[in-house]
Design a protein around this ligand. Sequence first.
Ligand code: C5P
Length: 218
Amino acid sequence: MDIPILTLDGPSGAGKGTVSRLIAQKLGWHYLDSGAIYRALALEITEKNVADAGIAEIVEVALAMDLVFECGEDRLVKLNGQDITDLLGLESTGNMASKIAAIPEVRAALLQKQHDFKQAPGLVADGRDMGTVVFPEACYKVFLTASALTRAERRYKQLKLKGIDANLSKITADIQERDQRDSERQFSPLIPAADAVYIDSSDLSIQAVVEEVLSLVR
Ligand code: C5P
């Protein structure tokens, strides 16, 4: 039997991560956070000082990355044996990830790592091009979005809760810049798959979105 896949694509801050994790838990399926793979590569090329080197060097680093996702109570991501969980969430990591994600050779180099997550009994895949490029064969596809302001406010609250100083207009501008780069890039742009169900989460609770997505699968 073919392994069922649910893809959740959309811009950052739409709630994909939280929704995907909850759904994967409920269904007992595997979870792929593809953004974390791009983020890990962003960290690795900064660490190895090849961020400004050529594409070939970045691809080489991408192929050599030993990335491990440990799913327990709390999520743990290890890169070459080192815990990078906290570093992954930094704004600077996300911005660098978005820049390297525009390079087609880099995307191709990271494809196998993403395909490896397709395992029984099923997979919830979260990203930008899960339903269009990485798993076009997926049987359930969702495009989850929210207004830029709603997403910025959510991010602002998250940072404040962590005691991190934050500026709402700067966050909104960063989100808009990242959206534009992700949507307008030539390769694997952020667009809904033709067969995706479109959900705007601006006025919905996480629980409501989870229920709506689950109703597609059940
Ligand atoms: O989802 P997250 O914010 O962690 O992703 C970080 C960046 O990685 C995104 O802004 C996007 O440019 C890139 N990305 C991508 N394709 C994916 C997942 C993430 O291009 N499937």
